[in-house]
Design a binder for this molecule. Structure first.
Ligand SMILES: [Ca+2]
Ligand SMILES: [Ca+2]
Length: 403
C-alpha cells in the first residue's frame, strides 16, 4: 500500500531528510538548507538554534527544541551514547544524532505497511553494550494478504557514515493467527530487569479472541530473550501460543514499561472512552471485550468494569480518551520532581500526560500540551525527554526544563 506524501518512492536517507525538512516548512529540523557532505546515507546539519520555535500550542513551561523530521515515526530507543534509533512506519530504521545527523540502518525486514501496521517498536537488549542486540516489532504480511505482528532481533552494526546495518536477524515471535484488517497490532516490547522479554499483542480489532488463552490476540506475552516461553508462565502446560501468555483480555496496549520497583504497566487504548492504565498481573483477565469503561464507537454500551469484578480493573481510566501511544517511567535529573512518575504520549490529547503514584494509586497530575499528536516518548541518558510527533512529517522534539 502506498501513502500520499512528499515523495512516491523511498529516496536515500539524506534526500528524505532534506525533502521532509522542505515539506515541514522548517521548524528547526535536520537538513534545513543543509547539503550532505557526501552522497550517501547520511545528512549533516548544524545543531538547531537554541531558541527553536516551540510547536504552536505547546506548554510554555517546557523548553522544547524541534529536531529532525521523519515520515510516520513510530518508536525510538536511546543508545548509551545519546544517539537514538527511530523507526519509521513505512519500514525504515534511522540512527539519529539529535539535531545533527540522520543515518539509515539497512536490513530491516519487509513490513506490511497499512493503516496501523508497519515498522513498530525498537528496544535495546539489556546486554546491548556487549552483544549489540536490538529488538524490532513490525506488521508482517503473508501471501494471502493477511498480516500479523512479529518481533525480530538483530545486531546493530554501526558505520562511519552515521548509519548502519542489521546483522544476524532472527524472527523470535509471530502473532497468530494472521488476520485481515489493519488495526490493533499493539506490538510494544519491554525488557524486565530479569532479562525476560514482554510483548503486547493486540486484539487485531477482533474482540473475543482476547478472552481465549489459546489465541495469540489480545494478550500480554512473557518470553525469554530468544523468544522461547518460560516454563513458569501461567498457561505453560497448554503449550503452543497459550504458553506465551501472561495476561489476557487486552484490546490495544501501546504503552509498556516497568516502574522503578520492577512492576510492569500497560497503557491501553479503549474504544469510545475508557483508555486504561493497567498494572500487569500474572494470569489476570483485563476483561476486553466483555467490559470497558468506554462504549463501542457506534454508541452500543459495553458494561463498565465495576459491573464485573471477576475481571482485573484498570488502575486509571480516561473518558474522554487521551489515546495513549506510549509510556515511560521517568528517572532522570532534568525533571527531578517527575521521578517515579509515568509519562504517556497522547495522540488525541496532543500532549504528554503525567501520572503520579501515591497511596491511592495512580492519578493524572499534569497534561503538557505539545500541539501535535504524540506517538512516542523516551528518556535520554542525560535525563532529557524526547518525543515523536505522529504523522507523515513527524518531528523529533527534545523537552527540557525551563530554568
Ligand atoms: Ca521507546
Ligand atoms: Ca462501558
Amino acid at each position: 500500500m502506498t501513502r500520499s506524501g512528499c515523495h512516491a518512492t523511498p529516496p536515500p536517507a539524506w534526500v528524505l531528510a532534506v525533502l521532509l525538512a522542505g515539506c515541514s516548512g522548517g521548524g528547526g529540523g535536520s537538513g534545513s538548507g543543509a547539503a550532505p557532505a557526501t552522497p550517501g546515507s547520511t545528512t549533516t546539519a548544524p545543531p538547531p538554534p537554541a531558541a527553536a520555535t516551540p510547536p504552536a500550542g505547546a506548554d510554555a513551561a517546557l523548553r522544547i527544541t524541534a529536531l529532525q523530521t521523519f515520515e510516520e515515526p513510530w518508536a525510538m530507543a536511546a543508545l548509551p551514547d545519546g544517539r537514538l534509533l527511530v523507526t519509521s512506519k513505512p519500514g525504515r530504521l534511522f540512527l539519529v544524532e539529535p539535531g545533527v545527523r540522520v543515518g539509515e540502518v539497512r536490513g530491516v525486514p519487509q513490513v506490511a505497511y497499512n493503516r496501523q501496521g508497519g515498522l513498530g517498536d525498537v528496544v535495546l537488549h539489556p546486554g546491548f553494550p556487549g552483544n549489540g542486540w536490538i529488538y524490532l516489532s513490525y506488521a508482517e504480511p503473508d501471501a494471502a494478504g493477511r498480516s500479523g505482528a512479529a518481533v525480530a532481533r538483530a545486531r546493530l552494526v554501526t558505520g562511519a557514515d552515521g548509519g548502519g546495518e542489521l546483522a544476524d536477524l532472527q524472527v523470535l515471535w509471530r502473532q497468530l493467527p494472521k488476520v485481515d484488517g489493519e488495526a490493533h497490532y499493539s506490538h510494544r516490547i519491554a525488557f524486565g530487569a530479569d532479562g525476560l522479554l514482554w510483548i503486547s499483542s493486540g486484539d487485531r480489532y477482533r474482540g473475543e479472541p482476547a478472552q481465549d488463552p489459546g489465541s495469540g490476540l489480545g494478550k500480554l506475552l512473557r518470553l525469554r530473550d530468544d523468544g522461547s516461553a518460560p516454563r513458569d508462565n501461567p498457561f505453560a502446560g497448554q503449550g503452543g501460543t497459550a504458553a506465551q501468555v501472561w495476561s489476557l483480555g487486552h484490546r490495544n496496549v501501546l504503552g509498556l514499561a516497568f516502574d522503578g520497583q520492577g512492576q510492569l504497566w500497560m497503557a491501553e487504548m479503549g474504544p469510545r472512552g475508557g483508555d486504561e492504565l493497567n498494572r500487569a498481573q500474572r494470569e489476570a483477565n483485563f476483561g476486553w471485550p466483555r467490559v470497558s469503561d468506554g462504549d463501542d464507537y457506534d454508541g452500543s454500551p459495553i458494561p463498565d468494569h465495576a459491573t464485573a469484578p471477576q475481571f482485573a480493573a484498570p488502575s486509571l481510566t480516561w473518558t474522554p480518551v487521551i489515546s495513549p501511544s506510549s509510556l515511560v517511567f521517568y528517572s532522570g535529573a532534568e525533571f527531578p520532581e517527575w521521578r517515579g512518575q509515568a509519562l504517556l504520549g497522547g495522540l488525541s490529547a496532543r500532549a504528554l500526560v503525567r501520572v503520579a503514584f501515591d497511596g491511592l494509586g495512580p492519578r493524572e497530575v499534569a497534561r503538557h500540551a505539545l500541539g501535535a499528536r504524540i506517538r512516542e516518548v523516551e528518556q535520554a541518558p542525560d535525563g532529557a525527554l524526547y518525543v515523536l510527533e505522529d504523522g507523515p512529517r513527524g518531528r523529533l522534539l527534545r523537552l527540557q526544563a525551563r530554568r
